[in-house]
Design a protein around this ligand. Structure first.
Ligand SMILES: [Zn+2]
Length: 421
């Protein structure tokens, strides 16, 4: 409190004759602003902090809150109260060619989805998938052996069995209890017999799963090794989602590029005292990859390194047992189309297509970023990305690998025939 008070005093001093607007004054200013746009602008000139003369700052200093830099070293407040980031939706005047891609150029396998197929949704799903040119959808939420059996029995009873596949899951709580590994491996083996073609690990391993003594179950704990060994023996890939985007582990402040998302969704805030850090979780997962070279891993969400492709490149160079998947990171690829294109060309055998959430209207944004050279277009979720997307214009050979060839190699249980050469 004391510190805040001193900061306020310092700012008021720095502002010289400027004065702070109360929320009420700001609202009045906004109302006035609407009627005074051609007038004298008194609200800003007299009442706005940093108005008219502005605020001088030194080299390396930042403009005070509510002001923006108008000339080197000089900050000024807008004449009218600024809109919130929720309400500011400027319409672009840029006219550039647009090439929406409702249907992918080649057949697609979505290696990261969570849609359970039932009699209630199967016909609509197949219709939507056909329109997108998605040939196979992999449901990573298969569950244990029994749940996998039920899902596969249903799928095999339909004419669409080849359009869907299922991964199994393991429950990670109390992994230190006697006999846990034997039971988990036995269930996984049965799940594969029942039709599962891989193992999916959700972010709860590392974030929420607990040992019997209440401590956090770490991703690289050697007691989990029998599971990784079993996946190598069963020749199934392990797709693992560890942690969350980097900024979910940073405080919710004006520097956080996921501010809106974190302010909207409380459960995405991972920066409470005692929480593991982003780097701790990355370290655990990356050591686990390295310690199990015979197990094939699919790093979900680009391992959350899509914002640092240099780091991901080093990791892929070091770990031949690793590929990555594109779920929920399009906003990072689309804001660096040249670096992303170079990455996709260099690592064209190491990237699988995946999206994560089923929403048929969102897939065409992926096709457009991958396939076109379009510029400055919107992403589908404002709160993910405050920026525009650009296309990567990937060549056909790379698209084929991304859309289906790499998945077919990494996941032998996928339907093998009928793919274009
Ligand atoms: Zn997922």
């Amino acid at each position: 409190m004391r510190r805040i008070h001193l900061t306020l005093i310092a700012l008021v001093v720095a502002l010289g004759t400027g004065s702070w607007l109360t929320a009420e004054q700001a609202q009045q200013g906004q109302a006035q602003g609407q009627t005074q746009q051609q007038g004298q602008g008194r609200a800003g000139g007299q009442g706005g902090r940093g108005g008219r003369g502005g605020v001088q700052i030194g080299p390396g200093e930042e403009c005070p809150p509510g002001t923006t830099m108008v000339r080197v070293g000089r900050c000024q407040a807008p004449e009218f109260p600024p809109p919130s980031i929720v309400d500011y939706r400027p319409r672009t005047t840029l006219k550039v060619a647009a090439h929406p891609v409702p249907r992918a150029k080649f057949p697609v396998i979505d290696s990261h989805n969570h849609t359970t197929i039932t009699a209630a949704n199967i016909e609509q799903m197949v219709k939507d998938m056909d329109a997108l040119n998605m040939r196979v959808l992999v449901n990573l939420s298969g569950g244990n052996a029994d749940a996998v059996r039920q899902k596969m029995e249903y799928l095999r009873s339909t004419p669409h069995a080849d359009r869907f596949r299922v991964f199994a899951n393991v429950s990670w709580n109390n992994a230190d209890a006697p006999g846990w590994a034997e039971r988990a491996v036995a269930d996984l083996e049965q799940a594969v017999k029942n039709g599962a073609i891989g193992l999916k690990i959700a972010k709860n391993l590392g974030l929420d799963a607990r040992k019997a003594d209440g401590s956090r179950q770490k991703v690289d704990d050697p007691i989990l090794k029998p599971i990784w060994d079993a996946c190598a023996r069963l020749n199934i890939p392990v797709i693992i989602h560890t942690a969350e985007p980097q900024e979910f582990f940073s405080p919710l402040d004006m520097k956080n590029e996921r501010w809106l998302e974190l302010a909207l969704f409380a459960e995405r805030r991972n920066y409470n005292p005692g929480d593991p850090t982003f780097e701790e979780l990355m370290g655990e997962r990356d050591r686990m990859y390295a310690a199990n070279p015979k197990t094939r891993y699919i790093g979900a969400h680009f391992n959350w390194y899509a914002n640092d492709l240099g780091r991901l490149s080093k990791q892929l160079d070091a770990l031949p047992n690793l590929v990555v998947e594109t779920g929920a990171i399009l906003y990072d690829l689309g804001r660096q189309p040249r670096a992303a294109r170079a990455f996709f060309l260099k690592y064209q055998d190491r990237v699988l297509f995946g999206k994560d959430a089923w929403e048929s209207t969102e897939f065409p944004y992926f096709w457009r970023v991958f396939e076109t050279g379009d510029e400055y277009f919107d992403y589908y979720r404002n709160y993910h990305a405050f920026w525009k997307l650009y296309g990567m214009e990937l060549p056909d050979d790379v698209l084929k690998k991304l859309y289906y060839r790499n998945a077919l190699r990494v996941t032998p249980g996928l339907p093998k025939t009928g793919w274009p050469q």
